[in-house]
Design a protein around this ligand. Structure first.
Ligand code: 13P
Length: 337
């Protein structure tokens, strides 16, 4: 199949009404933190069990169109011996892969960070594709403080994200481009809006410079919210209004879908905020989710590492996915909780 057709097919599978993406691509240090919170040791076997549980959830494909996996998961199998990416496909869920190598300090920009992993990416993607991955994710982060993100960080991060996206497309892999403006801080919602606008403006400029085909890419941004230590937390209507305002200014209509990260919002908040956005007038792009914590948290709490709790954990995941499916259509109400 021609690369353009391959990319188009993956986009059509990922972007479906009432569905979104499940981010289950925690790196080993991150999943260790999540397991620690429920008293489970993060061994390879426990990670295999937990991710099998997720992928074996009955009806997962009803509300989930794609799942982002971590490298290790591509090679793991269920108790019955089915490869996990193959199981995703049997569930009608497209398998994707986190391809960045994490973040570190950006030289000469105190307080700013940059994401690594471009070296050898082309070859790695060919391997992931052979293992069943059809799309990829790469995350860059921006810290809000009095002096960050600096103009240097905004430019350097945009350049890296655009290079990643261009390399993915050359390999027939749909890139999810994730510029996360972190929620940490005391800043108000206007400061977050200001930073998000600058970040997205630079990002789309870089994507254009690198000739990334926007029709064959997805954006995974943070929502525009006040910092998590700001005294006033915004209502969903305010988050929706500010987020959509910034996205309309910066994201071309050619991009098919915007799939938000949850970034530390509670499951209920993340669902209510997405719903409020979809309740606004029609937008040029789909507004969907690519949640990690906001989808998995109830399942993790129900599981606690106990094989007897697998069905309850799957029910919790399915329920949360369904609520986000409703938010995707602007039909969620808090009494559905
Ligand atoms: P959260 O929804 O937990 O922020 O995770 C999404 C993600 O994939 C971050 O890279």
């Amino acid at each position: 199949m021609a690369i353009q057709d391959e990319l188009q097919e993956t986009i059509e599978q990922l972007v479906q009404k009432g569905k979104g993406i499940l981010a289950a691509d925690e790196s080993n240090p991150t999943i260790a933190k999540r397991f620690d919170a429920i008293g489970v040791e993060s061994t390879e076997e426990q990670r295999r069990r937990y991710r099998s549980l997720i992928l074996e959830t009955p009806g997962l494909g009803d509300y989930i169109s794609g799942i982002i996996l971590f490298e290790e998961t591509l090679e793991q199998r269920t108790d019955e011996g089915t490869l996990l990416p193959e199981l995703a496909s049997l569930q009608g869920v497209v398998a994707g892969i986190k391809v960045d190598k994490g973040k570190g300090p950006l030289a000469n920009a105190p307080g700013d960070e940059i994401t690594q992993g471009l070296d050898g990416l082309e070859q790695r993607l060919a391997g992931y594709k052979a293992q069943g991955a059809r799309f990829a994710k790469w995350r860059n982060v921006y810290h809000i403080s009095s002096h960050t993100p600096s103009p240097l960080a905004v430019e350097a991060n945009a350049e890296v994200l655009a290079r990643y996206a261009a390399i993915c497309q050359s390999q027939g892999i749909v890139p999810i481009v994730e510029p996360e403006v972190l929620m940490d801080g005391e800043h108000d919602i206007q400061r977050c809006a200001e930073v998000s606008e600058v970040v997205l403006h630079a990002l789309f400029h870089a994507l254009h410079r690198h000739r990334v085909v926007l029709e064959h890419a997805l954006l995974k941004p943070s929502m525009v919210t006040p910092g998590n230590r700001h005294p006033h937390q915004a209502r969903p209507e305010e988050v929706a209004r500010e987020t959509v305002r910034i996205l309309r200014r910066t994201v071309p209509a050619a991009l098919p879908s915007i799939n938000f990260l949850s970034g530390g919002q509670s499951p209920e908040q993340a669902t209510a905020n997405l719903n409020a956005m979809n309740a606004l007038a029609p937008q040029p792009w789909e507004l969907s989710f690519s949640y990690g914590r906001a989808l998995q948290q109830p399942a993790l709490l129900a599981w606690k590492g106990d094989p007897d709790n697998v069905a309850a954990a799957q029910a919790a995941l399915y329920r949360r996915a369904g609520l986000n499916g409703a938010a995707r259509r602007g039909e969620y109400q808090t009494n559905m909780e």
